[in-house]
Design a binder for this molecule. Structure first.
Ligand SMILES: [Zn+2]
Length: 148
């Protein structure tokens, strides 16, 4: 199934994610959160690093491993396409005008709506580190730490 955001998982700023989530009808929020958490823990082929990096700088080698995995994540289908048949972003082209940090939309959903659950999943290594990495606007890996 495709959705209004070109079919692949969107990269947005945290502020933009918050703005979009606030516009989401209340009745759809539970389904959206469940879709985000399911996406985070899904073992997608091609993702290699599950070190549970959370709130600390990347160690030597980790940034390179994450950078190899980021393009894999970028090709994954948008997990919100199946929630209601339309997407969280509602077909509105993503405006990337706001300042960063940027990250995957489902990661922001989890951090904004289920922060404790999210942090526990990451700590346990249930989430590929490329899915929680902070990104630049063009999906490049930024130095620093994972989204919290
Ligand atoms: Zn979508």
């Amino acid at each position: 199934m495709t959705c209004g955001c070109a079919g692949t998982v969107p990269v947005v700023s945290r502020a933009e994610a918050l703005s979009r989530l606030n516009r989401l009808p209340r009745a759809q929020r539970h389904a959206a959160l469940q879709a985000a958490l399911a996406w985070l823990v899904a073992r997608h082929d091609g993702l290699s690093l599950y070190a549970g990096i959370n709130g600390r700088p990347y160690a030597e080698g980790e940034a390179a491993a994450i950078a190899r995995d980021v393009p894999v994540v970028a090709e994954l289908p948008c997990p919100f396409a199946t929630v209601t048949g339309e997407c969280l972003v509602g077909g509105v082209p993503p405006s990337r005008s706001r300042r960063g940090p940027y990250g995957w939309l489902p990661t922001w959903v989890a951090t904004l709506w289920a922060r404790d659950d999210y942090r526990e999943l990451v700590r346990r290594g249930a989430v590929a580190d490329a899915k929680v990495a902070l990104l630049s606007r063009n999906e490049g890996l930024t130095e620093g730490v994972a989204a919290m």
